[in-house]
Design a protein around this ligand. Structure first.
Ligand code: ZN
Ligand code: ZN
Ligand code: FE
Length: 764
């Protein structure tokens, strides 16, 4: 049998996921000599052996890869024979310009969970147990390649037992960089709010549980930052948390020990179970069961609850079922409203001491903070609302190579996106770019991603809004580096994001029903109810909701009642005394508002669909003032009568969708005391009908039947379901997001795709 030698290079998620031992064991099995090592852009392998064995080896590589690994490409080249002795795993090679995707953080695996609960195991009840298949990744990595000295585990020196496991290719912990045990790894302790240490190790966990049982609030340092936790079945505890956090209505996320427990509180579908128990272990939004032990103030006026399972060993121990222990915990970000989640012990002590009664801390540093991800489910598939832990920094795969681009994203729900070759690294959720803390975090995160993925942007893409902090950052970066900038219209970015996420050709024209709250329009007005056609290069605005004044700008976003009156005024409909939004303003406020509207004092025009939902919510008296984004729309949706199929008339006048008929019919229904659930349903049905009629226009005028649904309004699953079924029934092909949120969390990716097309793909 002739001897052959091969060099193999593999790209993809192949580091920190047990890939080298996998190759090692496969090579041994086939009696091959040679080596495997991590390089900064993947894994390199050289093997010698007889030709049959080598070919079997090559064939088998992609067939049974470790669970977290993902091969994007595999190159094999025959090379000159070399004299290897045995097969070895050799040290990593770091080439300064090469790069490789990094695994996101991974929820605790079955095997580690078993050991965690096994009194005979040396890691019994050790809160930092992990292995090659699970544990922290992205949050502890400071630099690539992914090796222990480049992680926040660098300061923990392995004990001889851990070292032996780490070095044994047959062990589940072979080269598990965060490997640790009670003898050598991080530890937990419990402090009171004045910083006095009250307990360590297991005692700390018992004490934390004791606090929770007593209805106290504790701060827990987790994987990506701090959570504030309390008993979700104790109304006093929840009220105290709301008061301290100054958060009146915004729903809290929950954690329960297992799926069976969640079933008592929510309607858990099979796809929901799959998501909850996946390695990403996100928060999943599920229909709430009324009248359970979960107190109403967890998610007031909502039809959903967001649950997650304990995704780290520490959380497992924290929430272990026990007779008198709460069956579910509130687990909300440990931050002050709208600021980034805190992740450092010192800052958390400072920042959270007024919020928490005690602190469960540990000494494994978090290098990059990251929030929990939130997902809905539509048509049995995941539908992201917030893409963060477990998903980022997994890249979105592209079908063509693109230049190195930084897209800085929008103002609200900011994410940014860096591209290189066939990867788009869409960042984790950064947040609302309205305060200094978030802006600093945004800058720091961009630098971190650029360093980790060896990206040196040649082009900067940004929103058209001149005053967004992200836009200013883009302009500064561009002028420092003398780089070209690409301003991208907000709703065009939404369309391009959905197009490219779904792997359609970038030059393909699609229709777009882009319905959201706010986006800076090409004409300087505020857009948000947009019917577009476009591709990655350009777009046309075909139709839009008839613009109405937004008196006082942001004031009217916070006060849907003002928006309702403004809309009625604009459509020349009376402010009837009995209407809830009229009641919500006193006569003086109303007179001032009328004067403001008539004299056009600070009344920018908006075609926003998000505002229209606010208007209807206010007209029905559902919500006249909001305390968190989209509250009015969410509460309106929660009322929908699922058995009501009627809808209101509407007219198309030129490019404008005129809603006068709809609004006057809603007013009639209110006067006739038609129930709120019926009116809410008819309104939702009307928007679905508008979507259908717009799709028909797009097809008639442009022979296009692919219709993108993007924008924050499409987080409304009731509307989305109705629209999807209506469009499909009539032969259209709706395109929706599944890898990134339909809200502004997708905008950075869209910006990057538009810039890529204009700069490279378009030139070819
Ligand atoms: Zn594990
Ligand atoms: Zn150890
Ligand atoms: Fe948007």
């Amino acid at each position: 049998m002739p001897l052959l030698a091969f060099h193999i290079h593999i790209n993809g998620i192949v580091q920190g996921v047990g890939f080298r031992p996998y190759i090692y064991n496969l090579a041994i099995e086939h009696q091959l000599n040679g080596w495997v090592c991590n390089s900064a852009n993947g894994v390199d392998i050289e093997v010698t052996g007889d030709s049959d064995s080598i070919h079997e080896f090559l064939q088998e590589i992609p067939q049974s890869t470790p669970p977290l690994a993902q091969i994007d490409s595999m190159e094999t080249n025959e090379i000159e024979l070399e004299n290897f002795t045995g097969f070895n795993i050799i040290r990593s090679i770091n080439i300064a310009t090469d790069f490789i995707p990094i695994s996101p953080d991974v929820a605790i695996c079955e095997n580690c969970l078993k050991e965690l609960m096994d009194p005979k195991d040396r890691r019994y009840r050790y809160p930092f147990i992990n292995c090659t298949n699970c544990g922290p990744r992205f949050t502890i990595i400071k630099e690539i390649p992914y090796d222990r000295p480049f992680t926040t585990m660098a300061d923990f020196e392995m004990c001889s037992n851990c070292q032996a496991e780490y070095e044994n290719p047959q062990d589940r912990r072979f080269h598990a960089q965060p490997i640790a045990c009670p003898d050598c790894g991080p530890m937990v302790w419990f402090e009171n709010r004045t910083g006095q240490k009250l307990a360590e190790n297991d005692q700390a966990i018992y004490l934390a549980r004791q606090y929770l049982k007593e209805g106290k609030i504790i701060a827990i340092k987790g994987l990506g930052g701090f959570h504030l936790a309390c008993d979700a079945t104790n109304s006093d505890a929840v009220r105290k948390l709301r008061e301290r956090k100054n958060r009146t209505d915004k729903p809290f996320a929950l954690m329960a020990p297992n799926v069976e427990t969640i079933r008592q509180f929510a309607d858990v579908s099979n796809p929901a179970i799959a998501l909850l128990t996946s390695p990403q272990a996100p928060i999943v939004l599920m229909p709430k069961i009324e009248g359970t032990k979960i107190v109403d103030s967890i998610a007031p006026h909502q039809s959903n609850l967001g649950f997650m399972l304990p995704y780290t060993p520490l959380h497992q121990l924290m929430i272990e079922p026990e007779l008198d222990f709460p069956s579910a915990l509130v687990m909300t970000s440990g931050n002050h409203s709208e600021e980034p989640i805190l992740h450092e012990n010192i800052k958390a002590r400072e920042g959270l001491s007024t919020l928490a009664d005690g602190f469960l801390l540990h000494d494994r540093p978090i290098h990059i903070r990251i929030d929990d991800s939130v997902l809905s489910i539509i048509e049995n598939k995941p539908y992201p609302i917030r893409r963060a832990r477990g998903y980022a920094p997994n890249p979105i795969r592209l079908t063509q190579s693109v230049p190195q681009i930084l897209a800085v994203g929008p103002q609200m729900k900011n994410t940014f996106c860096l591209t290189r070759e066939k990867y788009a690294f869409l960042s984790h959720y950064i947040g609302e770019m309205e305060n200094w803390e978030t802006y600093k975090d945004f800058q720091k995160s961009i630098e971190h991603y650029e360093r980790l993925f060896r990206i040196n942007p040649e082009i900067i893409a940004h929103d058209m809004h001149p005053d967004y902090l992200s836009t200013r950052y883009a302009n500064e970066r561009a002028s420092e580096g003398k780089l070209p900038t690409v301003p991208v219209q907000h709703h065009h970015a939404h369309l391009a994001a959905a197009l490219m996420e779904n792997k359609l050709p970038p030059e393909e024209y699609v229709g777009g029903l882009i319905f959201d709250g706010t986006g800076y329009g090409s004409d300087g007005t505020i857009w948000g109810g947009e019917v577009l056609i476009g591709n990655c290069q350009s777009f046309d605005r075909l139709y839009f909701l008839k613009p109405v004044p937004l008196p006082g700008g942001d004031v009217s976003i916070q006060k849907p009642a003002r928006m309702a009156l403004s809309t009625l005024w604009s459509y020349k409909l009376d402010w009837e005394e009995n209407l809830p939004p009229v009641q919500a303003l006193n006569p003086v406020e109303r007179a001032l508002l009328k004067e403001q509207l008539e004299k056009k004092i600070n009344t920018p025009l908006t075609s926003s669909m998000g505002r229209l939902f606010d208007v209807v919510s206010a007209l029905l008296g559902v919500r006249e003032t909001i305390t968190y984004e989209a509250q009015a729309a969410i509460e309106l949706e929660s009322l929908v009568d699922q058995q009501e199929f009627g809808y209101y008339p509407f007219e198309i006048e030129g490019q404008e969708i005129n809603l006068r008929s709809m609004l006057s019919r809603i007013l009639e229904d209110i006067n006739n005391q038609v129930s709120k659930p019926s009116i809410s349903a008819r309104f939702h049905n009307t928007i679905a009908q508008i979507s259908l009629s717009m799709s028909a226009q797009i097809e008639k005028e442009h022979q296009i039947d692919h219709i993108v649904l993007s924008g924050g309004v499409w987080q409304n699953l009731t509307l989305l379901r109705k629209t999807l079924s209506l469009l499909r029934k009539n032969g259209y092909h709706p395109i929706i997001h599944h890898q990134m949120p339909p809200n502004d969390g997708c905008v950075a990716f869209g910006q990057a795709m538009v810039a890529a097309y204009r700069y490279q793909i378009g030139k070819e």
